[in-house]
Design a protein around this ligand. Structure first.
Ligand code: MRU
Length: 352
């Protein structure tokens, strides 16, 4: 059974603390934007679509507090800045915050006498719409992505792109679950552990086991070997930000998988909702790569592995040039490339 990463209770958001999974299933209560920004920054909630929805729900909580519509909008503007600053790479976060703020600003511009409660209701509806649209996007991506692989059976995936990372069933992982649903026993998945924070070992392994999909966990360092020598027929990953030309930022290690897939002649496919496409940037050069704490590399869950006093580097994402991406699956259809031009209408050429 897949688990939603959050639930919305009007005056608070409950988050499943993903830093503790799979050992403990504990819920955190979030009552304002500051608490949500902290939860996003420390990856209690993570995955590009999920952090966008979580931010939108935090804004709905902020909007529900007392005040005139103008006061509440001012509070939302401040809260939006805090939320957007919590993680820099996933564009879904900025996209969701801007969408909520845009709706609130337009409502107040249309009706300067708007009641504060009405503004709060409107923000809540917009946040729930973002969540619902992502749920539907997951279903559509799963179907489009599965259509690309009518016969292949051996897949490799990276990080966690399942229900925990989105508002629905997931992105790349949802495609694999859909293939398993269509052909029970017909697919097998190799999941990378995804150091430093082990989203693959902790979260993807948990979700695949719950779904009953045959899979094996591999060390990140085994991925190239598995792709070149292990008979992998498709590498499926998610994305945190995709430029107009198809360059895609995703969890650190994705770039190496793309290179290995290219060398092996294996399809490398990115699965992401259109909320992950950043139409403002022409290519991946301007994507900000989040630098996280060195301790995440020198230690695992607080247990130090490396000698003290050393320097470590911890880029959380890398950017795969679109020339190594064979297809980008969105809820609106499949972009076949390279080259890609994602600013325009979606090209939905079917099949591989
Ligand atoms: O640092 P994380 O765990 O938020 O990174 C998540 C990823 O890189 C995912 O692949 C990406 O957000 C797509 S999730 C559907």
């Amino acid at each position: 059974m897949s688990r939603d990463p959050f639930s919305f209770e009007g005056d608070r958001v409950l988050l499943l603390d993903q830093t503790l999974l799979p050992d403990r299933e504990e819920t955190i209560e979030v009552r304002d934007a500051l608490q949500m920004a902290d939860a996003i920054a420390r990856l209690a909630v993570r995955g590009a679509p999920a952090i966008g929805i979580a931010a939108a729900l935090a804004l709905a909580v902020e909007a529900a507090r007392d005040g005139s519509a103008a006061t509440r909008l001012g509070r939302l503007e401040d809260a939006g800045k805090i939320l957007v600053a919590s993680r820099p790479t996933a564009v879904n976060l900025t996209w969701a915050v801007e969408r909520i703020l845009g709706a609130a600003r337009r409502a107040l511009a249309r009706d300067p006498d708007l009641d504060g409660e009405r503004l709060a209701a409107l923000v809540r509806e917009e946040a729930l719409a973002i969540w619902e649209e992502d749920r539907a996007a997951s279903r559509a991506m799963a179907a489009h992505g599965a259509d690309l692989f009518p016969a292949a059976s051996r897949f490799l995936t990276h990080c966690n792109t399942g229900a925990l990372a989105t508002g629905g069933g997931g992105t790349a992982l949802a495609v694999l679950l859909e293939l398993h649903r269509r052909r029970p026993g017909g697919i097998e998945v190799w999941a990378t552990e995804t150091r430093p924070l082990l989203q693959g070992a902790r979260l993807t392994a948990w979700e695949l086991r719950e779904a009953g999909v045959p899979f094996r966990l591999i060390a990140d360092s085994a991925a190239a070997h598995t792709i070149l020598r292990g008979g992998i027929e498709g590498v499926l990953v998610g994305a945190d930000r995709i430029a107009r030309n198809g360059d895609a930022a995703n969890k650190i290690g994705t770039l190496g998988l793309a290179l290995a897939a290219q060398a092996a002649g294996v399809p490398f496919v990115v699965v992401a909702p259109t909320s992950t496409i950043d139409p403002a940037i022409p290519d991946g050069a301007s994507i900000a790569v989040e630098a996280r704490a060195a301790e995440e590399v020198t230690a695992i869950r607080g247990m130090r592995l490396a000698p003290t006093g050393i320097r470590a580097e911890n880029p959380a994402f890398d950017v795969t040039p679109s020339r190594w991406i064979g297809a980008i699956v969105t809820e609106r259809g499949v972009f076949r490339g390279p080259p890609y031009e994602l600013g325009g209408p979606v090209d939905t050429k079917p099949g591989p």
